[in-house]
Design a protein around this ligand. Structure first.
Ligand code: C2E
Ligand code: MG
Ligand code: MG
Length: 457
């Protein structure tokens, strides 16, 4: 009954109705009806109680594990918000996030989610759990906030953490809306040490060309890729995108994995990580903790596999394993696996590694070297080392995405061995053992010969 309604209210209702056919004006007519009215009331109710909900701790942070496909271990998790409303009950983000994105409240909510997430990480670390990096979602509104960088760094410091403990998920459509500004902000975030994941890749329209220029580390494929009909054609596209991403040195996460069949397919395509109901739903923190404790990729167990160094002196004073990789997780996986046998030292690019090698050449038993890194890549580091004879006694195991060219080039530049990513823990263990033993034996033989020569002369 619009008889006594103000002009203002009528126009508002007309606008709301027109909104329902946005972009399709030519073909449709819109009416303001009960459905729109109910939606309006619902939204108003949400707006009335959202501020209160933060104070009353009605928002809960859930964690959904990301599994490494190769080892089937937990390599990360995504923090996802839930609203436990006293009257409306348990609400998923789809019911309120879009609303918060239009009215700006998302900035407040995200701050809360990041803070809670860091609080949990801090607690897990204190309890000594093998904590993997946790991703948080960053809304496009957050990125345009000039205080964004200060806010997130402040939260991280408050909990005694480092940026590398957190991954930031930024949705693909944010990049396509305003590429220049986003790219600027994301570059700064990367410099601070955050790992950047592009969320929902394939749902928007980023060109493959643009992908090359984006400062990201991980590509998170949109659910649509695996959930649709897996006919050969979409299958080929998926396979192509995964290879392309890996060629550009992005790790790949597939989302929405629900079946064994999808797992099998992604494994064949060499996808790195999966997130989905098949392994685990988003879980309350206490439940997620169990996955972390029992299945963390950083758990220091090699499933009964022991390295066997026949050299008795080896274990008494462990040498150094120098791990050179720009991705923290890659470094941590190696560190966790080998810290029983070596003093592990991590460097994130060739230049930093070279500095370290100059001062510690005698202590290094083996170098684990990634190829593609910013500042100085693995090939360049090998070239530098090859020029100096004094580094010839240090074996280098290249750990990288395969491809004939990179294997061949690595060996030509003096690599001792090549292990393909993603790591298979058993294989890498054997390779390290063989390489280190061979070099140790060669060195002690050389030393013995020198001694003999010395005593003869
Ligand atoms: P997203 O970042 O793409 O998160 C993945 C969504 O997929 C989550 O929905 C998750 O529960 C769901 N999912 C995971 N595995 C499966 C599966 O096997 N099958 C199916 N069908 N779904 C699966 P959720 O939690 O409802 O979140 C929806 C979206 O809301 C998120 O999409 C994200 O964009 C946004 N969101 C959630 N929490 C936050 C937050 O704290 N801040 C911001 N800014 N956005 C958030
Ligand atoms: Mg996400
Ligand atoms: Mg997503």
């Amino acid at each position: 009954d619009g008889t006594k309604m103000s002009m203002h209210a009528m126009i508002n209702r007309a606008i709301l109705a027109v909104d329902t056919i946005r972009g399709r004006y030519g073909r449709y007519m819109a009416y303001y009806d009960k459905k729109i009215w109910e939606k309006q009331v619902y939204e108003q109710e949400i707006l009335n109680c959202m501020e209160d909900a933060i104070d009353k701790e009605q928002f809960k942070v859930y964690f959904q594990p990301k599994y490494d496909l190769n080892s089937e271990k937990v390599a990360g998790a995504e923090a996802l918000v839930r609203w436990v409303h006293p009257e409306k009950g348990f609400m998923n983000p789809a019911e309120f996030i879009p609303l918060f994105e239009t009215n700006g409240f998302i900035t407040e909510l995200d701050k809360f989610v990041w803070d809670k997430t860091c609080e949990y990480i801090e607690e897990w670390k204190r309890k000594g759990y093998p904590v993997v990096p946790i991703s948080v979602n960053v809304s496009r509104t957050d990125i345009y906030n000039p205080d964004f960088m200060d806010i997130i760094m402040g939260i991280i410091k408050k909990h005694g953490l480092e940026p590398e403990n957190i991954h930031l998920e930024i949705t693909e459509t944010a990049y396509t809306e305003n590429p220049q500004q986003i790219i600027e902000v994301v570059k700064k975030l990367k410099l601070l040490g955050f790992i950047i994941e592009m969320d929902d890749f394939g749902s928007g329209y980023s060109s493959l060309n643009m992908l090359n220029e984006l400062p990201i580390d991980i590509l998170k494929l949109d659910m649509g890729f695996v959930q649709g009909d897996l006919s050969t054609n979409s299958n080929n596209i998926l396979s192509f995108i995964i290879s392309l991403a890996k060629w550009m040195d992005y790790a790949v996460v597939a989302e929405g994995i629900e079946t064994e069949e999808q797992i099998q397919m992604l494994r064949n395509m060499d996808c790195n990580f999966v997130q989905g109901y098949y392994f685990a739903k988003p879980l309350p923190p206490e439940e997620f903790e169990k996955h972390l404790i029992e299945h963390s990729i950083l758990n220091n167990d090699m499933e009964g596999l022991e390295m066997n160094f026949s050299d008795a002196t080896f274990r008494k004073s462990p040498g150094t394993m120098l791990i050179v990789d720009d991705l923290v997780l890659n470094r941590k996986i190696l560190s966790a696996s080998f810290s029983r046998y070596f003093k592990t030292v991590e460097k994130e690019n060739g230049a930093e590694a070279l500095e370290y090698i100059k001062d510690h050449a005698d202590e290094i038993d083996v170098i684990m070297l990634d190829l593609v890194m910013p500042v100085m890549d693995g090939f360049t580091l090998m070239k530098q080392l090859k020029m100096e004879n004094k580094y010839a006694h240090i074996p280098i195991i290249v750990t990288s995405q395969g491809g004939d060219k990179s294997v061949e080039k690595s060996f030509a530049l003096g690599a001792t061995d090549f292990v393909e990513k993603p790591y298979n823990p058993r294989i890498i263990m054997h390779r390290v053992q063989n390489v280190v033993m061979a070099y140790k034996n060669a060195r002690s033989e050389a030393a013995a010969t020198n001694e003999k020569n010395d005593s003869v002369s």
